[in-house]
Design a protein. Structure first.
Lengths: 719, 195
């Protein structure tokens, strides 16, 4: 369907809204309501008069040609409107804590839809199949795929696939069958819906879209495993749903279903899934390879990411295989190599643009959900719809329960009841269901009923479950006792213990199936990196980490050479005003204690947040904690390797970060007995051997000085 | 020895480690394969660089201290026995062990030993006291950049004040144990090792 047909009405809608906002009278010519068919484009009355007739003597000073800019103009206005709504929510910050953004967007959409309905307008046909699937969905999926935390994801991939595939199947078939049973009851008057149509509808509504839930999970800091499973399930079950939908769609038109068709269906599922992944990986590698050669055209580097991912998506659509899987695997594959090859700025640009596009698409979709709710014709059937809600809820809960029981023995950390509750209750429906139901073929008799039912479910789950999930999760995660009763000792030592445990866990490689990972890393280092990455150096990941983070901070460090690193200007100090008196007091008042507790709880580093830090749905990854730790470590290495006496306060500016200690060359052995970190005493507490060997140190030092001096000395190769 | 054969684990060794640390057979083999995957030099011991290659440890605020805890005083290499001995501190305390006779030598993962591990993270010079400086060092590692030195100093002073009972302005191990008596150390300092 073309998007031209209805957009010309939106100019009027915007006028209406302006009127409402500014309260001024304006000319609002009413146009007749357009039918549900394609309208011919409006002929301009006052077309451009570039060449005035010979009769007219005057040159037109002011002309207007609306139809020419019509479509882009209206698209821009809608996007702006949705974005204003988003700004609006965040003005009053507390709202977004209690009400998920998707609810708010839908509400605004409802309001706008109401306005449009009252002036008898039609909404833009955004939710036509092509527009949604070709333009609005790819940015969202790219966003999810690009910022997916790969390590936890692969560690949990079995569970994720299990829930996504088997869970969706369970839900679809369960709901479909139960609804079919309900249809047999005469009282509801829906006997004309046959089994295939019920299954089709059930598939549509079992597509889970926990966007709202993810942001709640972040805020409440749920168990990392739960988070990644919900996140991954959301991504993959989109793919599964689309496959099932197409399958059932095809089947619904067939009068008789034979066993061979079921078999073919299963085979098709594998083709679709694996084919999608294959295409994605292929495009990912091609993109990585391309970026190897882009060192001279830095400005267009981000373009390649977007073009290749989109291309992967479209090619997959061409062959009717899972485009969502294609784009996700493309992003996953590409990210690792591309971020090594491109410049720092391109890296930042890519991240920002991906986030922006994803955010905008999501906003628009929820917004239009609200709008379309009011403006479509509805067919309401109490029995069918209520039972749909009931079954959706029941089957999801049952599904999670049963599936968890089966998969728990295989998991390193089994899901407990609280996790299962979170998983089941977090099954909100969203955009995909909405889009799919609109693309149902018209020959299905009760299409309107299905549309209404889908919208009802989406609204119900998003509003009710979305709003209530936060208090529920907080309630079942019983809070600890008031921490002000704890002593400072307890707070500090407990955090120390938590960091220790996190460190030991990472050391033991508890969560990774490191056998396969090691094999893959070997293959990666030997072959893939050689082909795909520009300078072939086998970096350890710690060095790569240093590179990315330190370069971003390099200029700031240059500016803040006074004191120690804690004076970096970009970090806003929260506590400058609350300085405790310089002389340590012997007596501590209760207010001071509370102050200390506050300071500690706000400023102590959190335990490694591999997942939550990277998947903020509406925010870019925040690595300031990591930066601080690494920079501090680096500086402590630098300082402790200085020869002779060392006082913190008297370090000359020029020696602070960038130059070697005077008279030292890179290869010199560093004598032991260095001074302590804080430099307050001269007792050697931590020698450089304790920190890092000379070899590794020089390697890392070389890398960072290379970055800071921006020269091109080639680095050592690690052993 | 540099030959690869010497890096294979013999049954007797597994038995000894089992007795000493309490790990099960499969846990020991699993941790052994982790040990070997970390051991890039393939000489049966780990050095500090091997640990530092683990990226998550690099961004752990206490990463260096944790690594240090694996190496006995003054040494630079740790073999598998030493590795397991340190890890044994983090084994969860099983119920049947809680009732063990005090006559048997204290298992590595007893509450006291867990607390000793944590204590040693502060007390680098092994004088059995956490001085104000040592406390400050660790505090500085654990907090962000927004705390000034004075604030941190006050927090350190308060910490010592709360714990110090004999007035020597430092925290001894017994004072450390006392101050954490209400905390569930057994659970906080335990990892579920995979089978």
């Amino acid at each position: 369907m073309s998007i031209r047909c209805r957009f010309h009405m939106e100019y009027l809608v915007f006028i209406v809204l302006l009127i409402l906002l500014h309260g001024s009278r304006g000319e609002v010519p009413t146009r007749p309501i357009s039918a549900v068919t394609i309208l011919p484009p409006v002929k301009p009355d006052d077309g451009p008069q570039a060449f005035p007739n010979a009769d007219k003597a005057n040159l037109p000073v002011f002309t207007m040609d609306y139809p020419r800019i019509q479509i882009p103009f209206e698209i821009t206005l809608w996007v702006l409107l949705a974005s204003f709504a988003k700004i609006g929510f965040h003005v009053y910050h507390k709202i977004t804590i209690w009400v998920p953004e998707s609810c708010l967007l839908i509400s605004i959409g409802l309001i706008v839809g109401g306005i449009m309905f009252s002036v008898h307008e039609e909404p833009p046909a955004v939710l036509s199949s092509n527009v949604f699937f070709l333009y609005m969905l790819p940015p969202i999926v790219l966003d999810s795929g690009y910022f997916m935390p790969t390590r936890p994801f692969f560690e949990n991939i079995g569970t994720v696939l299990w829930f996504a595939v088997v869970g969706t199947l369970w839900n679809s078939i369960g709901i479909g069958m139960s609804l079919f049973a309900i249809c047999q009851i005469e009282a509801f008057g829906v006997q004309d819906i046959n089994l295939q149509e019920n299954l089709l509808f059930a598939t549509i509504i079992s597509a889970v879209d926990p966007v709202a839930v993810l942001s709640v999970f972040e805020d409440v800091s749920v168990n990392e495993q739960l988070y990644i499973v919900v996140f991954g399930e959301c991504l993959f079950n989109d793919a599964v749903t689309v496959v099932l939908y197409n399958m059932f769609n095809f089947v619904a038109e067939m009068p008789v279903v034979e066993p061979v068709d079921v078999f073919l269906g299963v085979a098709r599922f594998f083709v679709v899934g694996l084919g999608g992944m294959g295409f994605g990986v292929l495009f990912g590698f091609v993109a990585a390879f391309t970026t190897r050669f882009t060192s001279r055209v830095r400005e267009i580097e981000p373009l390649f990411i977007f073009m290749y991912s989109y291309l992967a998506y479209l090619v997959a659509e061409l062959f009717a295989i899972s485009s969502i899987m294609a784009i996700v695997t493309c992003a996953l594959t590409m990210k690792y190599y591309v971020e090594e090859n491109v410049s720092q700025r391109s890296c930042t640009t890519i991240r920002h643009v991906v986030k922006m596009l994803g955010s905008i698409s999501e906003t628009l979709i929820f917004f239009f959900l609200g709008v379309v709710t009011i403006t479509t014709e509805h067919e309401w059937n109490w029995g069918y719809i209520l039972f749909t809600l009931l079954f959706a809820f029941i089957w999801r809960g049952l599904g999670v329960l049963v599936l968890t029981q089966i998969i728990n023995p295989f998991r390193t950390i089994p899901f407990n009841m609280k996790d299962q509750f979170g998983l089941a209750y977090g099954g909100l429906r969203g955009a995909i269901s909405f889009a799919l139901v609109f693309t149902l073929p018209d020959n299905i008799g009760r299409k309107q009923l299905f549309v209404t039912a889908t919208i009802a479910i989406i609204l119900f789950t998003v509003f009710l479950q979305g709003i209530s999930i936060r208090p529920l999760i907080e309630y079942i995660n019983v809070r600890r006792t008031n921490r002000n009763l704890d002593t400072i000792n307890v707070e500090v030592h407990c955090r120390l213990m938590e960091h220790t445990i996190a460190g030991i866990e990472d050391l033991c490689g508890q969560w990774s199936h490191f056998y396969w990972k090691d094999k893959f890393m070997k293959f990666n280092n030997r072959i893939l990196r050689r082909i795909l990455i520009r300078d072939n150096r086998a970096e350890s990941s710690i060095v790569a980490l240093y590179k990315k983070l330190e370069l971003q901070n390099a200029m700031e460090i240059l500016d803040t050479v006074t004191g120690d690193i804690s004076a970096a200007p970009s970090i806003v100090s929260l506590y400058r005003g609350n300085k405790v008196a310089a002389k340590p007091k012997k007596k501590f008042k209760a207010a001071d204690l509370k102050n200390m507790h506050d300071i500690l709880s706000k400023n102590m580093y959190k335990i490694r947040q591999r997942t939550v830090a990277f998947t903020g749905k509406h925010a870019l990854p925040n690595d300031s904690q990591t930066k601080e730790i690494l920079i501090r470590r680096h500086a402590s290495i630098r300082r402790s390797l200085r020869p002779g006496s060392f006082q913190t306060t008297v370090v000359p500016k020029s020696h602070k970060y960038f130059s070697l200690p005077a008279g030292k060359s890179l290869d010199s052995k560093f004598p032991p007995g260095r001074l302590s970190y804080t430099g307050e005493t001269l007792k050697p507490l931590l020698t450089p051997q304790h920190l890092m060997s000379p070899f590794d140190f020089t390697l890392i030092w070389q890398k960072t000085s290379f970055l800071l001096h921006l020269d091109t000395t080639s680095p050592f190769k690690t052993k | 020895m540099g030959s690869r054969a010497s890096t294979l684990l013999r049954e007797e060794e597994i038995e000894e480690i089992k007795k000493e640390t309490g790990f099960s057979h499969s846990q020991i083999t699993r941790l052994y394969s982790r040990f070997t995957s970390l051991d890039k030099g393939e000489n049966g011991t780990l050095s500090r660089e091997d640990f530092q290659r683990i990226p998550e440890l690099a961004i752990n605020p206490l990463g260096d201290r944790i690594i240090n805890a694996f190496f006995p005083e003054g040494e630079d290499q740790v073999n598998f026995r030493g590795f397991m001995r340190t890890l044994a501190h983090f084994r969860p305390i099983e119920d049947n062990e809680k009732n063990k006779n005090a006559a048997a030598s204290e298992p590595l993962n007893s509450r006291t030993n867990k607390l000793l591990f944590a204590f040693r993270l502060y007390d680098l010079d092994r004088d059995d006291k956490i001085s104000r400086d040592e406390l400050l060092q660790v505090l500085r590692m654990m907090v962000g950049v927004n705390i000034s030195d004075e604030q941190l100093g006050s927090i350190a002073d308060r910490t010592i004040q709360e714990a110090d009972t004999n007035g020597d302005n430092s925290i001894s191990f017994n004072e450390f144990i006392k101050v954490l008596e209400k905390v569930d150390v057994e659970q906080k300092m335990s990892i579920r090792f995979l089978h």
